[in-house]
Design a protein around this ligand. Structure first.
Ligand code: ZN
Length: 213
């Protein structure tokens, strides 16, 4: 893979397919008209009825991803917008990201037979690889006592944003749903503890090993 130069002017992107998944997932939550209103509000009208194609080209800018969730907050209020971003994240997993699961080795018998305590870190590592290998997003995994920390080091959800509170709720929703799927229907406590938008070095999402139910 060709390394992306880390200059301040560098633009970072998601693959078109992921941009498409986010827009289609958001449609499931707020409807086509809702998405169109968000696109207008964010000066992204060129995407109306013109979603990115279903391919792996890195052509959906982090600025657009961030803009979508920021406009959700503007249109529905900070609280409402963040709830919708969370639900969009959950839908994203079911809409498309799950289809990468074979590539990630998560459907192999060896993985399925692992105990839950081993499955979570192994699944998180494989899932992080998906972002690191196919997108400009950078994720590292840290394991601590009873927790997995998902560190987003370069984050498409709060790109150039400033906020007193963490804002990467779409990622929280995506991880919640991924964990639900990987554990065969268990619900985990998933929380964004730090956020680059708040001046922290990483957007860090904490996953507690023991399911809530
Ligand atoms: Zn972030």
């Amino acid at each position: 893979m060709i390394p992306t130069p880390a200059t301040p002017t560098a633009t970072y992107n998601y693959p078109n397919r992921m941009g498409r998944i986010i827009l289609l997932s958001m449609e499931e939550i707020i409807g086509r008209n809702g998405v169109n209103a968000i696109l207008k509000l964010g000066n992204l009208s060129s995407l109306i009825d013109n979603y990115p194609p279903d391919n792996n080209e890195l052509d959906f800018a982090f600025t657009s991803v961030t803009c979508l969730t920021e406009m959700l907050e503007r249109a529905y209020g900070p609280h409402g917008g963040r709830g919708l971003a969370l639900r969009t994240g959950r839908a994203c997993f079911n809409y498309g990201v799950r289809h990468y699961s074979t590539q990630m080795g998560l459907t192999e018998t060896a993985f399925r037979l692992l105990p839950l305590s081993a499955k979570l870190p192994a699944g998180a590592t494989a899932f992080a690889g998906l972002f690191n290998n196919f997108t400009d997003q950078r994720v590292s995994i840290e394991q601590t006592e009873g927790k997995v920390l998902w560190h987003i080091e370069r984050c498409p959800l709060c790109w150039e944003r400033k906020s007193p509170d963490p804002v990467c709720h779409l990622a929280v929703g995506l991880l919640q749903e991924a964990l639900y799927w990987v554990s065969g229907g268990k619900v985990f406590n998933v929380e964004e503890k730090t956020c680059i938008a708040s001046g922290d070095p990483t957007c860090t999402i904490e996953i507690v090993h023991t399911p809530i139910f």
